[in-house]
Write a protein that binds this ligand. Structure first.
Ligand code: KIV
Ligand code: ZN
Length: 506
């Protein structure tokens, strides 16, 4: 049995594709959950890409322990210096540097000759090595590169000090058999390959990222890179939960000793979806809502007779309780504590008291309180709304296409009320909030989803707004969908920064 290293790039390749800016607190929440899951490496960002990314990598390096913290760079001096600075406080820092290596990328994008790419790569690895002992070299678009060039390049960067060699299929073009062959080729042709770890990094453009990564692992890759829920550029990256469970279900076939905590998979997926605002498709492998549902009569009959007929994974293995317990206003503290424990929340007496009060308020509004409601009560993934608090909302609708809203907010220490007319109640509420806060950010996206069952279910509203060239996500949950929407909007407005808000004349 050999060890496979899990490299999580949700906060780098995942985040860079979203067109949104997660704040440090949100990134920290995801980072801590990745540690709980048991990944080996956390790629926290690309420090030279923005001051915000630099700050996040710095904070994560300082605060998150028990995992290698990695930062991405181009083969550019400034990038490497900034990355080293951001990683300064990491327990185990790694610089991930590299260049595009396929003919199309070198000629058309970089406008460099192959020899120049080798020269710059070697210089970058040597520079990175002055700051950290772990240097990973990525050969962007390796799958479409010339193989003998790739071998020459890898030998040189290994001699320069690289400790990990990353083979990306950047555009998701490979098939599993070809990708496996490429890894075998690198492992057999690169003379000094036994001095480094080999990593695979696949994209999902043809829906083969997981299969390609597994082919690479079978061919001897030591590390696999991916994101939670497979979020990432275009069709996304390899979904790490799929790799974990593929290996878990057939450990002997892969000969890999899994050290990750599979029971954290569901919680990690839920958190990443909530924080990024990217929903998990219901049919998504492992973490989709339907992944363990048996709809057809024949399947239900089979599962009732023997679960193994149609179920290859016990949902409890990924942290989903098998039994559906529904709590109500009659449920006591003990039942709540027990269910919370099953969901992975270990509350002390003080926390239980506080959550129980919130639970009773919610249970009064809803007949039945589901697991999804309990996650929401725990506030997982919910960021603070800073100095903006919603005091009151009243809405009147006229006909089907017009509504008036009056909103009272506590904003910058003062209570302020204003009203607005909109195309519907949500539009009117958002406009009233804009009038109070002076927000000018543009609404880019708004969605509302029920988080549990029934007409009295809580609504989970997600809002995306654009300000100063960045996108900001806000979320709100409530049994009242107008209130949930207002909470989400205020959350997003707060994140655009007090700078934008206070610049406006109120
Ligand atoms: O897909 C890719 O090639 C990458 C590299 C920067 C590692 O994300
Ligand atoms: Zn990538």
């Amino acid at each position: 049995m050999r060890k496979l290293y899990f490299f999580d790039t949700t906060l780098r390749d995942g985040e860079q594709s979203l067109g949104i800016t997660l704040n440090v607190k949100e990134k920290m929440e995801i980072a801590n959950q990745i540690v709980k899951l048991g990944a080996d490496v956390l790629e926290a960002g690309f420090p030279a890409s923005s001051p915000g990314d630099f700050e996040s990598v710095k904070v994560i390096s300082r605060e998150v322990k028990g995992i290698t913290i990695c930062g991405l760079t181009r083969c550019v001096e400034k990038d490497i210096e900034l990355c080293a600075e951001a990683l300064k406080d990491a327990e185990n820092p790694r610089i991930h540097t590299g260049m595009a290596v396929s003919p199309i990328h070198m000629e058309k994008k970089l406008r460099l000759r192959p020899e120049e790419v080798i020269e710059r790569s070697v210089a970058a690895v040597k520079l990175a090595k002055r700051y950290v002992s772990e240097v990973e070299y990525y050969a962007e678009d390796a799958f479409r590169s010339d193989r003998s060039f790739l071998v020459r390049l890898f030998e040189k960067v290994i001699n320069a000090g690289a400790t990990v060699i990353n083979i990306p299929d950047t555009v998701g073009y490979a098939t599993p058999w070809e990708f496996g062959e490429l890894v075998t080729y690198v492992k057999t042709q690169v003379k000094n390959i036994d001095r480094v770890k080999v990593s695979v990094h696949c994209h999902n453009d043809l829906g083969m990222a997981t299969a390609n990564s597994l082919a690479g692992i079978t061919a001897g890759a030591d590390q696999v890179e991916g994101t939670i829920n497979g979020i990432g550029e275009r069709a996304g990256n390899t979904a790490l939960e799929e790799i974990i469970m593929a290996i878990f279900t057939q450990k002997e076939r892969y000969g890999i000793d899994l050290k990750v905590d599979t029971r954290e998979i569901a919680a990690t997926s839920r958190l990443v979806s909530l924080i990024t605002g990217v929903p998990v498709p219901s049919h998504k492998a492992i973490v989709g809502a339907n992944a363990f549902m048996h709809a057809s009569g024949i399947h239900q009959d089979g599962v009732l007779k023997e679960t193994g007929t149609y179920e290859i994974i016990d949902p409890e293995i990924i942290g989903l309780p098998r039994n559906q317990i529904v709590l109500s206003a009659r449920s006591g503290r003990h039942a709540l504590k027990h269910r919370m424990q099953e969901l992975g929340y270990h509350l002390n007496d003080k926390e239980l008291d506080r959550i129980y009060q919130d639970f009773l308020i919610l249970a009064d509004k809803k007949q039945e309180v589901y697991d999804e409601d309990l996650h929401a009560l725990m506030g997982v993934g919910m960021s603070a709304r800073g100095n903006i608090h919603i005091k009151n909302i009243s809405v009147a609708t006229t006909g089907t296409d017009s509504a008036t809203a009056a909103v009272t907010l506590e904003f910058q220490g003062e209570e302020k009320t204003d009203a607005a007319i909109g195309n519907g109640p949500v539009d009117a509420v958002f406009k009233a909030i804009d009038r109070i806060t002076g927000n000018r950010a543009k609404l880019v996206d708004y969605s509302l989803k029920s988080i549990s069952k029934g007409t009295e279910a809580q609504g989970n509203a997600t809002v995306k707004i654009e300000a100063g060239g960045g996108h900001y996500i806000g979320r709100g949950i409530s049994t009242d969908i107008i209130y949930a929407s207002a909470k989400a909007y205020v959350d997003a407005v707060f994140k655009t920064g007090e700078k934008i808000v206070s610049e406006q004349k109120l």
